[in-house]
Design a protein around this ligand. Structure first.
Ligand code: CAA
Ligand code: NAD
Length: 297
């Protein structure tokens, strides 16, 4: 099952990273966005990230400046952007990274299922929704997997590869090989809420937000406690800013609706308040922290 051309739908926080690592893995990449502003922003983020990674390789003496710049330019050259999803018709694999809304994702896969060549593998980067439901919407459930990358995609080394009851074994193996060719370690997961990482991580973030809301400790102290007491690279409040408060809320609202009896999936009131105020986290400059004042953005 040969994958040469990869489509990425959505070029936000996750989509730009997925497009980048696929291009760095040698694939030709077509990125589809909803509007020109979002596409330009995503492509510019990729360019900056490639330049940063090239700079690090030179600093560490792993590549000459000439080679590092040439490789970054070659990777960027493999990426093209489009606002017309018809341009994805000949892709061998399409990975979706749009808003965490099941109806919107299902609608996208219905459209792709009707317009993209039959051999194409479909993948969703969903954080929390059942992969099988999007697979059913696409009309080709045997060619559908979850490819759950982590933020920031360029630096996090894991991809969870999710199979449903209907995923074809060869499709699963090809998707896993794709993740590995993008430089990630792949773990196999069943189609359960949050797969492995988010099933453990998101309830932990919820507990930290509840703690903050109760006034048990300041956000700085909660973060410092988990960094210094448990060796986490960042504390849970910073991490929520990093993931995006809107995305975290969408994950939890989806779970609360679907699994009302699961106490680990509560929706913290503080999260709803911040999202209502437009404080969506690092991506907009403000969440629990002011990223222009408290943190280097
Ligand atoms: N591209 C290129 N370079 C990047 C980059 C990117 N996207 N992001 C950061 N860098 C660079 C930085 O500029 C920095 O370079 P300098 O040293 O020259 O300044 C370098 O990489 C290291 O970055 P930091 O200084 O921020 O250093 P760090 O050691 O704190 O590492 C981190 C950053 C890898 C993000 C680390 O803090 C970390 O692992 N945090 C936890 C992240 C995490 O848990 N992610 C999972 C979220 S949950 C999820 O993704 C699933 C979901 O569905 C919600
Ligand atoms: P984001 O808001 O940063 O980006 C979403 C992008 O999708 C936006 O640029 C938007 O313009 C675009 N978009 C929306 N609808 C579209 C459509 N129909 N066609 C084309 N583009 C469209 O969100 P994100 O954080 O990148 O999250 C994307 C997905 O990845 C979600 O399913 C999320 O749960 C998942 N995810 C997020 C994280 C994280 O830490 N943020 C980690 C892993 C997985």
């Amino acid at each position: 099952m040969q994958i040469e051309t990869v489509g990425v739908v959505g070029c936000g926080l996750m989509g730009h990273g997925i497009a980048q690592i696929a291009a760095q893995g040698g694939y030709k990449v077509i990125v589809s966005e909803a509007d020109q502003g979002a596409l330009d922003k995503g492509l510019s983020r990729i360019e900056k990230s490639l330049a940063k990674l090239a700079e690090k390789l030179v600093e560490k003496g792993k590549k000459s400046a000439e080679d590092a710049e040439a490789d970054a330019a070659a990777a960027f050259g493999r990426i093209s952007g489009t606002l017309d999803r018809a341009d994805l018709a000949d892709c061998d694999l399409i990975c979706e990274a749009i808003v965490e809304n099941l109806e919107v994702k299902n609608e996208l896969f219905r459209e792709l299922g009707a317009s993209v060549k039959e051999s194409c593998i479909f993948a969703t980067n969903t954080s929390s929704f059942p992969v099988a439901e999007m697979a059913a919407a696409s009309g080709r459930p045997s060619r559908f997997v979850g490819l759950h990358f982590f933020n920031p995609v360029q630096l996090m080394r894991l991809v969870e590869v999710v199979h449903t009851d209907e995923t074809d074994e060869e499709v699963f193996a090809a998707a896993r090989a794709f993740g590995e060719a993008c430089g990630k370690t792949a773990v196999s997961c069943k189609d359960t809420p949050g797969f492995v990482v988010n099933r453990l991580l998101v309830p932990y973030m919820v507990q930290a937000l509840e703690m903050l809301d109760r006034g048990d400790a300041s956000k700085e102290d909660i973060d410092a406690a988990m960094q210094l007491g448990c060796g986490h690279p960042m504390g849970p409040i910073t991490l929520t800013d990093y993931v995006g408060l809107d995305t975290t809320l969408f994950i939890l609202q989806g779970w609360a609706e679907r699994y009302p009896d699961e106490p680990a999936f509560g929706v913290p009131a503080i999260l709803e308040r911040y999202v209502a105020e437009g404080k969506l986290g690092r991506k907009v400059g403000e969440g629990f922290y002011d990223w222009n004042a408290d943190k280097k953005a």
